[in-house]
Design a binder for this molecule. Structure first.
Ligand code: AHR
Length: 500
């Protein structure tokens, strides 16, 4: 019997927010210097930014870019990176010398060039609330007070009007500079939020939710305390996830997006419960921002964790399938996941990889690009009937608690529907060896016209790209002509397919 995917345009989950196609640029390894900004490269534009990186970021439809960290931000003092006297500092999170040549205004130039919205994180480690307030004043206040005038003196007449600000990064992690317990973080965040919002009431705030899923951590306690204290203050709760395949078990690894989905559902329940006691006036309820997510496990120990070439993860096809799985999970939970940022943009656990004269797109670039180009509109609650498998017990991310997943469907699916009648269906076939013949059934109305079909696949699940060869990329397949309530399609082994 064929597998079945049922599409019913009346079964609505919520609007797909374009901010789920965000990304992240941290002062880390070769992300900023030699990645986004490389004045010595023959590929630099007149302002020192890499033209090839800008073009690839535009083609990736990056909607929002988070900056400047990450762990970096917890010891970052933004005033070191503006004006003519840049202050070199020891960078303690990732072990580099930070020249501060690239700072707030350079980031804003870069983010404008790629056409993304900026998303800033303030320093809640060694930073103060005064420092956070002054940053908002510098970037968002038109004229008058000292820091607004300082921006003008630095040559930027108009305010940057940065809307999205997060109150620190991973403050629940023992690795974070200035790490706090939940109660202390929540109080510090509440008061920092107050001065930031008094400076610019139009900003939107993101609280640092749980990122520590090690066996001795209690992530839901952290989330509860933070949400309770900030229930009337913030607009999003930030969550982070990194997964890997250190045991080389393909099927365990391919099921990791289900863990993201479980965590999403748990936090959604918590938000609902706390929102029932909130007093937010006209403001909508708090949403989830998965503002760091990716595959990251190879460049995650010893020398690969610090210095000039830190976190230079090289991706393969199975990683690209997991990335498609994460994106499917965001779309399936479009009512609550309203922001997501792949970590990161270039060189550091990233879809783009540069050397001085060249750049190549890693495997994970392609699924993200297909989603961000096509998957918009109303997310649908899709019925899927395919064979399933059970995983062994395994570690989700390095050092994290173990999990086990039962009844993982070989077909991982999301779909959305646009006002113009267009349906977009994203399908990962997790099966390593078998194509899966599938009936795609419309529960309401008929499919008509030509279906465009795009596929990300490669010779085997370990296939990678490099400067010389592209083994994994998007291929446009022959379109399908449809007229009726059923279309049958065979999804190849270890592939991601977008049908539109
Ligand atoms: O993205 C790399 C690092 O992962 C970030 O700096 C930190 O927030 C997370 O632990």
């Amino acid at each position: 019997q064929n597998a079945r995917i049922k599409i019913d345009v009346d079964r609505i989950v919520g609007e797909v927010d374009s901010l789920i196609y965000g990304n992240f640029l941290e002062h880390l390894g070769r992300a900023v210097y030699s990645g986004a900004y490389d004045p010595d490269s023959p590929l630099a534009d007149e302002d020192g930014f890499r033209k090839d990186v800008i073009q690839a970021a535009k083609d990736l439809n990056v909607t929002q870019l988070r900056y400047p960290g990450g762990n970096f931000v917890s010891n970052y003092h933004w005033q070191d990176g503006v004006g003519s006297d840049r202050v070199p500092r020891m960078e303690l999170a990732w072990g580099r010398l930070e020249s501060n040549e690239f700072g707030t205004n350079e980031f804003m130039q870069f983010t404008n060039k790629i056409g993304a919205k900026p998303y800033f994180a303030v320093n809640m480690g060694t930073g103060t609330m005064t420092e956070a307030q002054r940053w908002v004043e510098y970037t968002n206040v038109e004229e008058g007070p000292y820091y607004a005038e300082l921006r003008k003196k630095h040559g930027y007449e108009e305010p940057w009007n940065i809307k999205y600000w997060s109150l620190g990064n991973e403050m629940d992690g023992f690795w974070q500079i200035g790490h706090l317990n939940a109660e202390d973080y929540a109080k510090k965040a509440r008061e920092t939020a107050k001065v930031m919002q008094l400076t610019d009431p139009a900003i939107s705030l993101i609280a640092a939710g749980a990122s520590n899923f090690r066996p001795d951590a209690n992530p839901m306690h952290w989330n509860r305390v933070v949400l309770e204290e900030l229930k009337n203050v913030v607009d999003y709760l930030a969550l982070h996830i990194y997964v890997g395949n250190p045991d080389n078990n393909y099927y365990n690894f391919l099921s990791t997006p289900l863990v993201l989905e479980e965590r999403t559902e748990l936090v959604e329940g918590l938000i609902r419960e706390i929102m029932s006691r909130a007093d937010r006036g006209d403001r909508p309820s708090i949403k989830i921002a998965w503002d760091e997510w990716n595959v990251w496990y190879r460049a995650r120990a010893g020398e690969s964790m610090s210095g000039e070439r830190a976190l230079e993860e090289r991706y393969n096809l199975e990683d690209a399938l997991v990335v498609a799985g994460f994106l499917n999970a965001f779309v399936r939970n479009a009512d609550i996941v309203k922001m997501a940022n792949m970590a990161q943009l270039v060189n550091v656990i990233a879809p783009m990889y540069t050397n001085e004269n060249d750049m190549f797109k890693q495997t994970i670039y392609y699924p993200l690009q297909l989603f961000s180009e096509h998957t918009y509109g109303t997310a649908l609650d899709v019925y899927v009937d395919s064979e399933t498998y059970d995983t062994e017990r395994f570690f989700v991310g390095l050092g994290e608690s173990q999990t086990q997943q039962s009844d993982v469907p070989y077909l991982d699916v999301s779909a959305s529907y646009k006002d113009n009648g267009e349906v977009i269906i994203n399908v990962v076939n997790r099966h390593k060896d078998k194509a899966i013949t599938t009936d795609i059934i419309s529960q309401k109305g008929k499919f008509t016209g030509g279906f465009k079909v795009y596929e990300v696949n490669g010779p085997d699940v370990k296939a990678q790209n490099n400067f010389e060869e592209t083994n994994v990329e998007t291929e446009e397949k022959s379109s399908i002509q449809a007229d009726g309530s059923k279309v049958t399609y065979s999804f190849p082994a270890h592939s991601y397919t977008l049908i539109k």
